[in-house]
Design a protein around this ligand. Sequence first.
Ligand SMILES: *Cc1c(COP(=O)(O)O)cnc(C)c1O
Length: 526
Amino acid sequence: MSMNNQGRPSRPVHTYDAGAYEDTFSGSRGLDQAEPLIFERGHFDNTGVDLDEPKGTPTRLAGLDREGEIGFPGLSEPEAMRHYVRLSRKNYAIDLGLYPLGSCTMKHNPRLNEKMARLPGFGDIHPLQPQSTVQGAFELIGELAHWLMTLTGTPAVAMSPKAGAHGELCGMMAIRAALDARGEKHRRRVLVPESAHGTNPATAVQCGFTVDEIPANEGGRVDMEAFKAKLGDDVAGIMLTNPNTCGLFERDIKEIADLIHEAGGYFYCDGANFNAIVGRVRPGDLGIDAMHINLHKTFSTPHGGGGPGSGPTVFSEALAPYAPVPYVKQNGDSWTMIEHEGEAREDGTDPFGRMTAFHGNMGMFTRALSYMMSHGSDGLKQAAEDAVLNANYIQARLSHVMTQAFEGTCMHEALFDDRFLKDTGVSTLDFAKAMIDEGYHPMTMYFPLVVHGAMLIEPTETESRASLDRFCDTLEGLALAAKAGEKDRFMAAPVHAPAKRLDETRAARSPILRWTPPTDEQVAAE
Ligand SMILES: *Cc1c(COP(=O)(O)O)cnc(C)c1O
């Protein structure tokens, strides 16, 4: 049996109950259809359309036309259809089941939002259209910007960043521009708590800052003494997440804001977890200077699978002048898009530049505004409260069989560590793989790094009590099975998935990204 360096099988194994029927003649298992790569299924001699060779059309390619075959796999329409439907059935999706991935807010995307985003006036426009023809779209961007500033209690927002990490970059570039404008280019040290999302230190380094890590205290929050000891006149600022990535509210946040400001630095807040506090707390009141908002988390626009994100970044009075172009501006009844830094300077601001070719992800703006409008201020607040309630429900139901990482109630996610698996021979990874056999996407594992064998579960507010109970019953069952010595169940898992244990390290380190046609010898050997 091939093993990876942790002694776990890197190939399918047939020891645990995979059953005698696993190897079928067709390669399919029940309704789970075997499906090769499209290059293996199709052939460039085949085609789904039947067009005659164009006659009498002189080429305009000046002799640069391709001479050989293009090599695209040809399929008939039904074959192409089945290929993608079969692949889609191997996928897990929020529309399929509970998706407990912590720090990701995988909540239901209301279909009303989809309908709004497809309205022709929003869906079928082009960023290069004359401004007079897209006034409604500008108004929508302006209105969404207004509500984002209102909900966060801030005076400015840059709408164009296209993801959370991109928003972080936007915020940190504004901080750098502000420091440079103050003539304080020596301030290049950024304080980042240990529990931070990996994008925080990565962003700081990308902007030319150095990262200085603040340890967490016993309660999973910023260690205030360590933080104070790190303040100094080379400090550019702090990047802090609240609620933090341990799913806990940073209680000393106002003191942190005051101290960083006194030290001459700025406060970047990672607002990816805004869904836990929206409608209850305005981060501007807590003293933040910049914060990105993941529309694709808090405001339910779809994400995952590389789908479009959107990370508008709000700014305090101090950083507002450095926000990037473009932005929309209202003059009476009409709207203009301020595209160039020169135009912005006429408005009295000093943008650090521009981050994207156009204006951001319009479809995400439409969905997010639709979500806000359909919820209203009371509904947004209730969504945040229900997200926290659901996470605490999971924590309360599972803490007798799993080990809660920190004492007390949590915010929107429940964090467990691997102490409950001690001496079982089962690791966090094995436990997560067993969840796949149960039909669940695993939770976030081994993050945050401050917790050993972390399992971070974020149910979101859109799961019903029945759905949470079913999930908790399953995890309870698995935890008891691990403790009862049923190690085999975990070692081989997942046995019911289309792909079994993978050599994930090799897949990450040396991925094969290009299909190469089989050689003549290989074909002959078949
Ligand atoms: C999701 C997340 C990010 C990054 O957001 P992307 O849109 O994936 O770039 C940053 N910080 C935290 C805490 C997050 O949860």
